[in-house]
Write a protein that binds this ligand. Structure first.
Ligand code: GAR
Length: 212
């Protein structure tokens, strides 16, 4: 089916925003038929908001409330309200460091994706590249997946592998994983925007796009 309206992305992040930048640059280069309609952070002054404003994107801080690892009820409602008003087709978590559950996921069922810095299901949770290094794996990578009620557990949309080198530190491995993220996330968002992804239970199938 050919879409007549542009595919609308809402991007959520807490950090420096390199994944958001990679997606915005791919859109600007005509590689993703989508527009970023809003960028929201739970961290005032986060790099992702500055990077968004430099690109003339709508960028907003919404206070997360009293908890450290999730949004409180008022904050969750504020996020849902803003994203609903913005009529987003897809919510792209790009380093958003709070767990989304309940009302948020019901409001945007099957429309929230996340990037995680390991080859899931290995090393869910925080500092996954460091977990991989400490464990001693020889290959790690990154994963884009749908967000469900669990932690880093939804159906997998795409993965890219990254070798772990003998002299890697957490910092060098993290940088290599992030380079892979900046390749993978735009590709997956493009496939979703082009309507090439079908989901059957835990399996996702992505048809090849033009020029692939
Ligand atoms: C990315 O490496 C992403 O995988 C990670 O946060 C970083 C954000 O970087 N996300 C998680 O760990 C989520 N569990 P960025 O702000 O430069 O895009």
């Amino acid at each position: 089916m050919i879409r007549t309206k542009p595919f609308r992305l809402g991007i959520l992040g807490s950090g420096k925003g390199s994944n958001m930048v990679a997606i915005a640059d791919a859109i600007a280069a005509g590689q993703i038929p989508a527009e970023i309609v809003v960028v929201i952070s739970d961290v005032e002054g986060a790099g992702i908001l500055e990077r968004a404003r430099e690109r003339n994107l709508s960028a907003e801080f919404i206070p997360p409330g009293k908890f450290r690892t999730k949004l409180d009820d008022d904050a969750e409602q504020a996020f849902v309200k803003r994203l609903t008003e913005a009529q987003v087709d897809l919510i792209v978590l790009a380093g958003f460091m709070r767990i989304l559950k309940g009302e948020f996921l019901r409001a945007f069922a099957n429309r929230v994706v996340n990037i995680h810095p390991s080859l899931l299901p290995a090393f869910p949770g925080l500092e996954a590249w460091k977990q991989a290094l400490d464990y001693g794996v020889k290959v790690t990578g990154c994963t884009v997946h749908f967000v469900d009620q669990g932690i880093d557990s939804g159906p997998i949309l795409g993965q890219e592998t990254v070798p772990v080198l003998a002299d890697d530190t957490a910092a060098t491995l993290h940088e290599r994983v992030q380079q892979a993220e900046r390749r993978l996330y735009p590709q997956v968002v493009r496939a979703l925007a082009e309507g090439r992804v079908t989901v059957k239970g835990r399996q996702t199938v992505c048809r090849a796009g033009a020029g692939e």
